[in-house]
Design a binder for this molecule. Structure first.
Ligand code: GLT
Ligand code: MN
Ligand code: MN
Length: 391
């Protein structure tokens, strides 16, 4: 790809990947690895070559769980060197609270108080590491915070334990003057039978019950909302509207399956288009993080192609969004659908006694209003033609 390619990523696009994404060795529940593991340093170089701006990690993506303090220091020093060599930054970090056997019944919501205490200890240490490497956003994905059977745990106890943990960690970040923002990531199920707070909307409701709601927002993931059959754009829009879109995990999948974590733009082209258009239209300034994996069929050349594909699809859809916004026919149809009506202008607006009285006595011609066709077939078809490249 030449540098004049308009779909070439640039630092201001803020494209980021987790070490666990390009570092995935392709394990699945039915088969073992298909790629040799690469070191974090190699992964930073791979991402730089692919054109990413930043790299995110779980504590144990970088530091093995049993590393000695000396090993930790060497790993961090090597990682910092790779960042300096490539210019990549670390905008986000997170804790692995799901892989180890100790988390089999959850981390912050586990019934065993020793597990809950260990989860807090592990997270404080991971926060220290993330901050040391420059992270400003800290993600919480509670992969094991759930149940197979409601006989095992009360959902009210789980909510209280999760709230206590987040309140504790907010105080920890404040006490240490870390200036961190927390972003909660929802998922409906997998790996647990049901996960608590299964959607972005549920997370938003929960955040309002915390001691420091201003520090806490969400990290919606496209595949996670789609797994529940939901419209991802609507979840993202609600988060944005609430001032809570602190981070975003972009990827793709076939609706209502397991978490496929495919290349962004691989499957749901129309949904991805409206999502990119939304992020660009509102001026979302955070990371565009791709939380996805290359197909299990790939070697590391294929992994690079996967990473480039995520970024390139975003940029292609961004270009399509600009085109859509500038398309006179599309904009004309939209304007017509919402065209002003002088007779009702004074009836809408903030409440007043007079306005309520005028509205109550107004005579609406229901048949005439309902009789107008809205041209949405044409509007959607123009969108499809634009996406298919003939417009
Ligand atoms: C894991 C999960 C993702 C989360 C990551 C952060 S880990 O890969 O499937 O959705 O964002 O914990
Ligand atoms: Mn996922
Ligand atoms: Mn994710």
């Amino acid at each position: 790809m030449s540098t004049t390619d308009s779909y070439q990523s640039r630092p201001e696009d803020k494209f980021t990947f987790g070490l666990w994404t390009v570092g995935s060795i392709g394990r699945d529940p039915f088969g073992g690895p298909v790629r040799e593991p690469l070191s974090p340093v190699d992964l930073v170089h791979l991402l730089a070559e692919a054109g990413a701006y930043g790299v995110n990690f779980h504590d144990n993506d970088l530091i093995p769980i049993d590393a000695s303090p000396a090993e930790r220091d060497t790993i961090v020093a090597n990682f910092k060197k790779a960042l300096a060599e490539t210019g990549l930054i670390v905008p986000m970090a997170t804790t692995n609270l799901f892989s180890e056997a100790i988390f089999k019944d959850g981390a912050f919501t586990a019934n065993d108080p020793r597990v809950r205490a260990y989860a807090l200890q592990k997270t404080m240490r991971a926060i220290d590491l993330g901050v040391e490497l420059g992270a400003g956003v800290y993600v919480f994905w509670g992969g094991r915070e759930g149940i197979e059977s409601d006989a095992t745990k009360s959902p009210l106890d789980a909510a209280k334990r999760l709230r206590d943990a987040l309140n504790f960690l907010c105080e920890y970040a404040l006490d240490n003057k870390y200036g961190l923002k927390f972003a909660l990531e929802a998922k409906p199920n997998e790996p647990r039978g049901d996960l608590y707070l299964p959607t972005t909307g549920a997370m938003l409701g929960f955040i309002a019950t915390l001691d420091h709601p201003e520090m806490v927002g969400v990290n919606p993931e496209m595949a996670h909302e789609q797994m529940a059959g939901l419209n991802f754009l609507h979840a993202v829009a609600q988060a944005w509207d609430a001032g809570k879109l602190f981070h975003i995990d972009l990827n793709d999948q076939n609706y209502a399956r397991f978490d496929q974590d495919w290349r962004f733009g691989a499957q749901s082209i129309k949904q991805s288009f409206f999502l990119v258009k939304f992020l660009e239209d509102v001026g979302y300034a955070g990371s565009r993080h791709f939380d996805a994996h290359a197909y299990r069929t790939e070697d590391y050349e294929g992994v690079k192609a996967f990473a480039r594909g995520c970024m390139r699809n975003y940029l292609i859809l961004r270009e399509k969004a600009r085109r859509w916004n500038a398309d006179a026919e599309i904009q004309g149809l939209l304007a017509e659908a919402g065209r002003a009506d002088p007779a009702t202008a004074a009836l809408l607006g903030t409440y007043s006694g007079e306005r309520a009285a005028a509205l109550k006595s107004h005579a609406f011609d229901r048949a005439a209003i309902a009789g107008r066709g809205l041209n949405y077939e044409r509007l959607d078809q123009l969108t499809v033609e634009l996406l298919l490249g003939i417009r």
